[in-house]
Write a protein that binds this ligand. Structure first.
Ligand SMILES: Cc1ncc(COP(=O)(O)O)c(C=O)c1O
Length: 451
């Protein structure tokens, strides 16, 4: 099949977006009245007209996250191959719940996940699956860790446990864990906050104190969550120390590398992830630094038995298991019906090759350095320390909300604000492989005119 038309449409879209506004100016009422007056669904409309209209809405009423000056939460620019992959998936609509219904798709996913699992230093028999995102991957980790640590959890539930299970993480860890604690029935108080050092990394002595104190109080510590690339400041927790501690204490080590995980393939960056190979499980999103469209997370786990126990399901209505070394994904993951999520990473990797991906990732890391240096030269104070392309900064007397409003109003860039310690600062992350040095220098220059 020829995808030249998609190629042309995407190329035009990229250039239109790059030269257009980043931040929309619209109220909910404006969109709602437009939809109500144009779409009451009483009579059919020509598809071409509706598509054109939807595109217009997407152009004008959205933050353009693929804009080279979108420096926001990690929503990437996307590769052409990954767009084509999602088109193919929608066309064939394969069902990946069982191996038997989608042998090709399941094996393509397995092959792709095996490649990345190997980069993380996981053994060949580790289990991995594509997820809807990092939140689902983190949820999978907690469910599997609970299942392994508390054999009665699966059948009897938490109420059958003699002590309350607890998870250790810093205030910088992703807040999906708060929801996960709620959803799983652990309760949000099961999350035990561990102090951070001056660089916002997990403080090992506080972790040691918390775990010992909780054991003494009759709680049941079972899991530590370390982050590679915290959402707020891009901090990497001290993985080798966490790994040693978890091994000594018999605790499950989960590494949430939702956006930072892609650094593992970069010779320049992977040293910062040393120790990740000792994790029991890892979250890494393809829809972040691997630059494919949402929704594509990944969950890796080195304990196939625990995964099988946590997600086991038997029904007469599902096609029977195929004999051989295969897994039916509905029995090894949270989802049942499964979209062919992995094709977009497979196709993009196949097209660019590992070297192409390393180049994209290292380019973005370099742009992070350029931004850091450019801001410092312009008199801003950078307040976070990370090798990843995320810069948090401020200057005396800055009111981030007002600064951002002016930034948006002049369509200079999209950045966000974040609270680090007791200060609210501006946060800028290089999420697009298309961001250039001149984009950054222009933005910093224009920012200088706002303050
Ligand atoms: C460190 C971290 N973990 C987990 C998540 C949640 O991932 P998702 O939004 O893909 O569910 C994020 C999202 O930004 C993240 O930064």
């Amino acid at each position: 099949m020829a995808f030249d038309q998609i190629r042309n449409v995407v190329a035009k879209l990229e250039s239109d977006i790059a030269s257009g506004p980043i931040v929309p100016v619209v109220t909910p009422q404006e969109i709602r009245s437009y939809l109500a007056s144009h779409y009451d669904f009483t009579k059919p409309l020509a598809l071409d007209d509706v598509v054109a209209d939807v595109e217009q809405m997407l152009r004008t009423w959205q933050v353009q996250v693929t804009h080279p000056r979108y420096f926001g939460l990690f929503n990437p620019s996307v590769t052409l191959a990954s767009i084509i992959a999602d088109t193919l998936v929608a066309m064939y609509n394969p069902q990946l719940a069982t191996w038997r219904t989608s042998p090709a798709a399941n094996e393509i996913e397995r092959h792709t996940l095996g490649w990345l699992g190997g980069k993380f230093g996981f053994p060949a028999d580790a289990v991995a699956s594509f997820t809807s995102g990092g939140a689902e991957a983190n949820l999978s980790a907690v469910i599997v860790a609970l299942t392994r640590a508390f054999p009665d959890y699966g059948e009897g539930g938490l109420r059958h446990l003699s002590a309350s299970p607890t998870i250790y993480l810093t205030g910088e860890a992703h807040h999906s864990f708060n929801k996960i604690a709620h959803i799983t029935g652990l309760g949000r108080r099961a999350l035990r906050p561990v102090a951070t050092d001056r660089e916002l990394k997990m403080d090992l002595s506080d972790l040691t104190r918390c775990v010992a104190g909780d054991r003494h109080d009759g709680l049941a510590p079972f899991m530590v969550v370390g982050t590679v690339g915290t959402t707020g400041a891009g901090v990497i927790d001290p993985l080798p120390k966490l790994a040693r501690f978890c091994r000594a204490e018999g605790l499950w080590l989960h590494i949430d590398a939702a956006w930072g995980g892609a650094a593992i393939i970069s010779p320049r960056l992977r040293g910062h992830m040393a120790g990740v190979d000792a994790a029991d499980s890892i979250t890494c999103d393809a829809h972040k630094w691997f630059s494919v469209p949402m929704a594509a997370g990944m969950f890796f786990c080195r304990h196939p038995d625990a995964v099988g126990e946590a997600f086991r399901a038997e029904t007469s209505y599902m096609p029977g298991k195929t004999v051989g070394p295969i897994l039916d994904p509905y029995t090894t993951s949270v989802q049942w019906s499964r979209r062919f999520i992995g094709l977009k990473l497979f196709l993009a990797l196949a097209e660019h090759g590992e070297a192409g991906y390393v180049e994209m990732i290292e380019h973005q890391a370099r742009m992070g350095d350029v931004l850091r240096e450019s801001l410092t030269r312009a008199g801003w104070r950078v307040v976070n320390a990370t090798p990843l392309p995320l810069v948090c900064f401020t200057r005396d007397g800055l009111v981030p909300a007002q600064f951002l409003a002016a930034l948006y109003q002049r369509q200079i860039a999209w950045m966000s604000e974040v609270r680090l310690g007791d200060a609210t600062v501006v946060r800028a992350c290089i999420t697009s492989f298309r961001t250039t040095e001149s984009d950054i220098e222009w933005v910093v220059r224009e920012m200088g005119r706002l303050t």
